[in-house]
Structures are given as structure tokens and as C-alpha cells.
Write a protein that binds this ligand. Structure first.
Ligand code: APR
Length: 237
């Protein structure tokens, strides 16, 4: 099972959160990524999210996303559990993925509960001058991403725990593992007798318990792993 974070998408041009050039170096998450902030000033929260929506929709999957989809095609990877909201694993061809922090796939109206797919939200953002209004009741839509003071989607986090408990290996890619409950998933794998491998630039919270830690570019390391599998295939032919 792979567990990915923002570091798997930086090579697609999407900044991560906690590295020196990350989003939280520029924006205070408590001001922009909480339900409290959204209720207080939804237009302000959308001033943070609207540019991200267009950046995420313009981004392309990178070599790391492609390598994970290849590992799944080879039957070596069961699923990707991702903290990312950018839809890039799906666009890279991954079939079994769990979006534990939600995604930009849809937005919901807190007023009347109506849901809208991304394709409808983008023009509503434009029409709303940066904050999309609900076509049926006029309320400002909320992106279906998990804010810091929100519960994770139960079916997603339950599946993530199940995958972690059954994994022989959890491959952590591009996450500092500083946010709970996701940070516990590698520990669930270890407690169940599995191993953890980390591909991450810089330290993660699970490095000291990882069987393997590769400090480098997710795209380069994962593509090299796939290439070594192809080399094995050639030798065994
Ligand atoms: N290759 C490998 N590692 C990378 C790369 C790369 N190309 N780019 C960045 N990294 C590493 C960074 O050094 C950092 O350690 O990826 C890690 C990303 O960590 P964070 O920025 O903390 O992102 P993430 O772990 O996904 O954050 C978890 O926090 O803000 C919330 O909801 C948000 O889902 C997010 C959650």
C-alpha cells in the first residue's frame, strides 16, 4: 500500500505545505483551512482555494504518480491512500485510491446540501468573483476537502486503516507525516507485522521505524524502482 502526501505532487508544480517553500509558510492554515474560518469569512477562504483549484486542474501527473500506477498494474501495489486533494493519482491511472482528506472533485452547499462537480464549480468561482454561490439557494459553496477542524470521511479513513493493517509493506511517499490520524497509518502496518519504506525529501515522523528510507525526489526514486523491475523482467525472460 502506498501512502502519499503533498510531496508526490510538487514535481507537478503544486507546492507542498511544510517544506520551506510550502503553502503554510505563506498562509496561516488556521485562517484559511478551518470550518471556523470558512463560517467567519467564506470569501476569504475561497481567495486561498480559488487559485489552488485552477493550479490543481492545470497540473499534470508526474513520474511519481505514473510509477505508482505502474506498480498497481504489475499487481505489486494494492491501493494508494492519499492526503492530496489534487486528483492526480486518478489522472495518472491509479485505479484503487483512497482520498482521506477529500478532494476538489466536488463542492457542497452548507445551506441546502446540494453538491456540484468540479466542472460546474469552476465557472461558479468565475461568476462569483472568486467565491462560488449555490445556484439553488445562493449560499457560498464549500470545497469537499477536509478542513483541520473537520472529521475525515468515515468510509475513507476506515478503508485506510484496513489497508494499513493488511499491508506487508507501506510505502510512504512525499509526506512529513505530521497530521493525524493519517500519521498513524504506518504504525498500524508496523503493529500488524508489516514493514514501512519511506521515499521523502527530508525527515518524516516514521523514519526511525522505517525498514528503508530513501531521501530524494519521489519521481526519480519511484521511476528507478519501476525500471529495476523491468530489468528483472528482462533477465527472467
Ligand atoms: N520528492 C520527495 N519528497 C518531497 C518532494 C519530492 N519531489 N517534494 C516535497 N517533498 C517532501 C517535503 O520535504 C515534505 O517532507 O514531502 C513532504 C510533504 O510534507 P507536507 O508539506 O507536510 O505535506 P503532507 O504531509 O501531505 O501534509 C499533510 O497537512 O496541511 C495539511 O491537509 C493538508 O494533506 C495535508 C496534510
Amino acid at each position: 500500500v502506498a501512502l502519499t502526501g503533498a510531496g508526490v505532487s510538487t514535481e507537478s508544480g503544486i507546492p507542498d505545505f511544510r517544506s520551506p517553500t510550502g503553502m503554510w509558510a505563506e498562509f496561516d492554515p488556521l485562517e484559511y483551512a478551518t470550518m471556523g474560518a470558512f463560517r467567519r469569512d467564506p470569501a476569504k477562504v475561497w481567495r486561498f482555494y480559488a487559485p489552488r483549484f485552477s493550479m490543481l486542474t492545470d497540473a499534470e501527473p508526474n513520474a511519481a504518480h505514473a510509477a505508482l500506477a505502474e506498480l498497481e498494474r504489475r499487481g505489486l501495489l494494492r491501493a494508494v491512500v492519499t492526503q492530496n486533494i489534487d486528483l492526480l493519482h486518478e489522472r495518472a491511472g491509479s485505479r484503487d485510491f483512497v482520498e482521506v482528506h477529500g478532494s476538489i472533485r466536488s463542492s457542497t452547499c452548507p445551506g441546502c446540501g446540494a453538491g456540484y462537480p468540479l466542472a460546474e464549480v469552476l465557472p461558479l468561482i468565475e461568476a462569483g468573483g472568486g467565491a462560488p454561490s449555490c445556484p439553488s439557494c445562493g449560499g457560498i459553496l464549500k470545497p469537499d476537502v477536509v478542513f483541520f477542524d473537520e472529521l475525515l470521511p468515515p468510509e475513507a479513513i476506515d478503508r485506510a486503516y484496513e489497508l494499513a493493517s493488511e499491508a506487508r509493506l507501506m510505502l510512504v511517499v512525499g509526506s512529513s507525516l505530521e497530521v493525524w490520524p493519517v500519521a498513524e497509518l504506518p504504525l498500524v502496518t508496523l503493529r500488524a507485522g508489516g514493514k514501512v519504506a519511506v521515499v521523502n525529501r527530508g525527515p518524516t515522523a516514521v523514519d526511525d521505524r522505517a525498514h528503508v528510507k530513501l531521501d530524494g525526489s519521489a519521481g526519480e526514486v519511484l521511476q528507478a524502482a519501476v525500471a529495476s523491475l523491468e530489468a528483472d523482467d528482462d533477465r527472467s525472460r
